[in-house]
Structures are given as C-alpha cells and as structure tokens.
Unconditional design. Structure first.
Length: 360
C-alpha cells in the first residue's frame, strides 16, 4: 500500500435480463420525428442512471461546500472495487483534463509524444501546443495499435498514448501487446492507457497493473457507459508520484458535488454496467451486420462507436445524413473515406439505417 495522506489528494484535480428486454432497464424517450439523431460525439443515449440522477439532484444542496469529502469517497470506492490503494486514484473534471495534464507533465521539446492514428486527437493537440514532438503511427492491419512501430518511432519519447478500445475505430489492442509496450518503451517514459471505452468490451482492464508499475497511468471516465458526459467526471489511476506530476497543472480541477455523487451512485449500481454493455453490443452488432450486408466495410468494434468505409469522401456522407437530421462524424485526415458512427438507442439506430440506405 502506498503511504500518501488523503489530504494530499487535495492537490489532485479533479444477473443480466434477456437481451430483448435490456432496453426496459435503460429506456430513453424515442426521438420525435423532427428531433435530431445525435450519433456524432460518442455520448450515451440513455443519460445517467436513475439512481445517479437522484443523487445528482441531492448534490445541489451541497453546492455551498467544497466537494472534497465526495471526491475522497469516490476515489475510495473505485479503489476498493479495483483492488488498488486509494492514493493511486485522482479525481478530475473529466478524463480529458487528466489527459492534457499528462501530456504537459511527461513530454517536452526533447521528449516527444507517440500515439496511433487515427486515434483520439486531444493528446496530439496538447503536445503541439506544448511544442513537444509528435510521432503518429498508423494502426496495424487489424486496426489495433502497432506496438512495435510505436516503440521504434521515438527513442526519446516521454509519453506513449494508447486508447483501448480505440477511438474512433472501437478496435482492441491485445493485452500482451500492451505488456510489450510497458516493458520495452523508452527509458524514463510513461505509458498512458485511455480506457474511456473499456466497459463496453470484454477485454480486461489494466488498472490493476499500477500496483506494480510506477510508469503506467490509466484514465477512466463516467462520460460513456455511465451516461454522464455533461457532468465532467473522470479518474486518473497510477503511482502517487505520477499523479502529483499531473496536479502541478490542475490541482484545483475537482468536479462539482452533484457530479461526484452521480459517479458514486453509478459505481454502486451493480446492474447498470452489464445491462448497458449488452444492449450496446446488441445494437452495434446488428447495425454492423446490416452495413456489411449492404457491402460496406466496417471496423471490428468493441466499443460504442465504429467506422464505415463509405467509398466516397466521408464529409459528403456526413452532410447528406445531417440534412435528414442524423448527425454522424467525424473524419480523420488519413482515413478520408471512413466515418465514425456512435451507437445510439434502438430508435436512433433504426433511423440511421433508414437515412443511410436512402442517401448513401
């Protein structure tokens, strides 16, 4: 157990039902005909769970106090569930903040960032603003991170970023490949594994590895499967010395009490995650099968998003669907004919198929 006081965290910012019945547990109001179908930001169509919504409402009454006790409670519960020390968990107003701070902490003008492409753009943007070198490495033939190529990209790298499952492709990088990255990365560098979408996949998390590796940082968020994107709540998990390096850039980045209480309620709801995971997989896989049946190539997604090769400039497809009220996107520069689609609810995916069939 790492010996760090809880007060030091002030320095840190912020039985499955049948598949056919899963939507009962997470039902959202079907969109009216005139409503836009929003499949463009990897948001949950279901929003926070009922228990989380009730907890967030109670949190309004606590807004006159700093929410540190709620922050400690959230870190403690997550640590208990994951079998790690509380001091290895820091709470942030969204995992994006923690990711940006990691780039600032672990890269410099002489220690660059290595990441995949296409992948989540925030670390690249943060590194460019920080004047740190960026080395982007193409995904491999299976659309996983090409770990050997990433390890060879920059012998002086300060940070390797790995999003698993990857955004935007939804694809997985094998656990052994991540072990290889951790074992063979440049000396003095930090491996940052972004697990924003891990709860949608059957792949194991690497959170427990932080007990044995002081050069591994793992990011988690409540924005995706827990449906709290607007509440801005995320976690960074790693050795306390790594977390202290992030705190230099955002020691006051603590979410509101309502968000923290919503996060606590979400973690305590043991049925929520498996229900939403199964429903997402059902709707995703039936949509992928439909697209493939129409002759389109798609990525092998294990997440709540996937990519389609639309066989034409993807921006044109985005505009065609938007004209019918279906929002998808976006486009990555090196995959100009591929477009990302978020998995919505049953009604939204039906509308997506209707418009896609008519316009693409």
């Amino acid at each position: 157990m790492v010996s760090v006081s809880r007060r030091s965290l002030l320095a840190f910012s912020a039985a499955l039902p049948l598949l056919g019945r899963l939507d009962w547990a997470v039902a959202a109001t079907p969109p009216a005909k005139a409503d836009k179908v929003r499949l463009n930001y990897n948001e949950s169509p279901y929003g926070p769970a009922l228990a989380a919504r009730e907890a967030m409402q109670r949190g309004i009454a606590t807004a006159g106090r700093y929410p540190y006790n709620h922050m400690y409670a959230l870190a403690a519960l997550f640590a208990q569930q994951q079998g790690i020390a509380e001091e290895q968990v820091a709470v942030f107003s969204g995992s994006m903040a923690a990711l940006r701070y990691a780039v600032l902490a672990f890269t410099s003008d002489t220690r660059g960032l290595v990441m995949a492409t296409p992948s989540y753009e925030v670390p690249r943007q943060a590194a460019e603003a920080h004047k740190a070198p960026v080395h982007e490495v193409n995904l491999d033939a299976h659309h996983a991170h090409d770990i050997p190529a990433m390890l060879a990209a920059d012998p002086q790298a300060g940070m390797l970023y790995l999003c698993n499952p990857n955004n935007p492709t939804g694809t997985l990088t094998p656990t052994q490949a991540i072990r290889d990255a951790l074992a063979n990365k440049p000396k003095g560098s930090v491996l940052v594994v972004d697990e924003a979408y891990i709860d949608f996949a059957d792949a194991p998390s690497v959170v427990s590895w932080v007990k044995d590796h002081d050069d591994l940082l793992v990011l988690r968020t409540f924005s995706k499967i827990y449906g709290m994107a607007g509440a801005r709540l995320g976690l960074a998990i790693g050795h306390p010395t790594l977390l202290e390096r992030l705190a230099v850039f955002g020691g006051d980045n603590v979410p509101a009490g309502s968000s923290l209480l919503g996060g606590l309620a979400s973690l305590e709801d043991v049925k929520l995650l498996p229900q939403r995971k199964a429903l997402n997989a059902q709707l995703r896989d039936e949509t992928l099968a439909w697209l493939k049946g129409r002759g389109f190539t798609c990525t092998a997604s294990h997440s709540n998003c996937f990519m389609i090769d639309v066989k034409q400039p993807a921006q044109q497809v985005i505009e065609k669907l938007a004209a019918e009220g279906v929002l998808i996107g976006r486009v990555w520069q090196n995959w100009p004919q591929w477009v990302r689609v978020t998995v919505g609810n049953k009604q939204e995916m039906a509308r997506f198929r209707e418009v896609f069939a008519a316009r693409v």
